[in-house]
Design a protein around this ligand. Sequence first.
Ligand code: SF4
Length: 287
Amino acid sequence: MPTTFLCEGAEMGERPTRIPVIAVIGYKESGKTTVIEGLTSRLTERGYSVATAKHIDQKGFRIDKEGKDTWRHAASGANPVIAVSDVETAVIHRRGLGALNLRSLLGLIPKADLLILEGFSKIVLGDKHIGKIVCVRTLREYEDFRRRIRGEALAFCSLETLGEPILSVKENLSTLTERAIEYVERRKSILEILDSLPNLDCGKCQYRRCECLAEAIHDGRAKLDDCVLIKVRPKLKTRITLNGVEVHINPFISEIVRRSVLGMISTLKGVEIRGDETLQIEISQKK
Ligand code: SF4
């Protein structure tokens, strides 16, 4: 599978997803659900916990039925409404795709190794953080999607036999699964590295964004202290920890905090500040 670098031409402001996301996109009857069924069963067999989400392309569609108790709960203003039976729990949020973006969709998933999306082409095609499997019915559709996709296309596939490079859904499910796993493992590793970086996208290193440095570290092209903020940390005269977690600050902020706090302390009765003191302030929760 060709690896495209996520950060090539990446724009500021695009945020990575919390877990790897693969979208299976394509027109109606192109085999999306068949691909998702095949992938999900193979991935879960291999120990991955898989969440899926499907975009229902039907104007005004509601999962709830008018007049049912849960519908009446929602009609009276409840949001979300939770329906619980002995085998399933359904959480119905009163908001559709208009108010829901991919990042907020991920917020609805408590824990999973990856999310597979069916559809959502409009928000997925231009998002470089999502790996795409594109189901096509004709060579013309293949050419069309190839032009419109940004970021990683893991595969093009078809229920028809269209020839290379378009995989056959019936014969090449194992190849699709291997590509999905390769993508998920790479993204997981990049996201883990990203957790060790300040995540401030300060633009001070040559990579401009923390995720781009994480990608370079994963690929062996860079190391953690290529992050300017991590490199200068031992030399900073101010350290801030919030709820036990160190807050990454740059030398400028470090100096402003140091001078401001020492300045305030110096106004206290009986305190004389020389500028070389060690000061520790702890603010705890009011009991
Ligand atoms: S210097 Fe560090 S915090 Fe700033 S963009 Fe680079 S990796 Fe992110």
